[in-house]
Design a protein around this ligand. Structure first.
Ligand SMILES: [Zn+2]
Length: 274
């Protein structure tokens, strides 16, 4: 079974965990490391013949258009992660519309593909922000991959939605983040912090379980998760520091194993039945 490999292309300082310490207005003053880390991911995918979907942040695409072109040149899908990485939960509908359209305008200059996919920063499409669905459709988005089908996380998740891809609205498919069902409990196996936290064997077991239950896993990573040398920012809470820095040095080696043991493709190929 084919699973989906996706990358949220953002720099190490764009994350929600750092948003209070490094506000958006200071981003241009930070040391950018996104190109180097993304090129390492591209190299890994090329060696393992993985086609992936790259949800590129508009702010990054504006500064690194050549990187977006290189992702496309290597045969991957370009999708949008919004422009400014503000969470939907902190935006008014009109602000979200502007943020999304700005990201699409930037990506249209950097890629020849029609951008069809969207992933909200920090999976912030929740019950409270379902107003975003109409805006996504109006902006030409055909699939969303922002819903984490769990109920335990304080910042994201919708507990009682389907675990397999499903129509979110007319003309808009949802590709929810990977979650396995174990003894009636929902256990994430979608990548990111979970991939760094779990022993590799647990990720493998949970993903096999999803595939055995007939579901592809929507898997994701950030380029900064392959970069143990990124600057450490003082002032982060212990919980956030753990989530952000835990096991960064192991991600690349684990990813090599994962793409050798599972089959992955892009979201567009999955939706096309390939
Ligand atoms: Zn993000």
């Amino acid at each position: 079974m084919k699973n989906v490999m996706s990358v949220d292309v953002e720099d190490w300082f764009c994350v929600y965990n750092l948003s209070r310490l490094i506000p958006f207005a200071d981003w241009d003053r930070c040391e950018s490391r996104v190109e180097r880390s993304t090129l390492r991911l591209l190299d890994l995918f090329r060696r393992h013949r993985v086609e992936a979907t790259f949800f590129v942040l508009g702010w990054v695409a504006e500064r690194f258009a050549d990187l977006v072109r290189e992702i496309e040149r290597q045969g991957h899908e370009i999708a949008t992660h919004g422009y400014s990485h503000r969470l939907l939960t902190f935006m008014q509908p009109e602000e979200f519309r502007e943020d999304l359209d700005r990201s699409l305008a930037v990506l249209a200059r950097a890629t020849t593909q029609e951008v069809r996919g969207f992933r909200a920063p920090s999976f912030s499409l929740t019950r409270r922000t379902l107003w975003a669905v109409d805006i996504l459709r109006a902006s030409g988005i055909r699939y969303d991959s922002s819903i984490f089908p769990v109920g335990f996380h304080p910042d994201y998740g919708i507990a009682d939605v389907e675990l397999a891809p499903y129509p979110l609205a007319e003309g808009l498919i949802e590709l929810p983040m990977g979650v396995a069902e174990v003894l009636g409990q929902k256990v994430p196996c979608a990548g990111g912090g979970y991939f760094r936290l779990y022993p590799y064997a647990l990720t493998r077991w949970l993903m096999r379980r999803c595939n055995d239950q007939g579901r592809p896993v929507m898997f994701y990573l950030h380029p900064w998760e392959l970069d143990p040398g990124q600057p450490r920012v003082p002032g982060m809470s212990p919980a956030r520091r753990f989530r952000h820095y835990n096991n960064l040095a192991r991600t690349e080696e684990r990813l090599e194993r994962l793409v050798s043991e599972f089959s992955f493709t892009s979201a567009r190929n999955l939706l096309a039945g390939q």
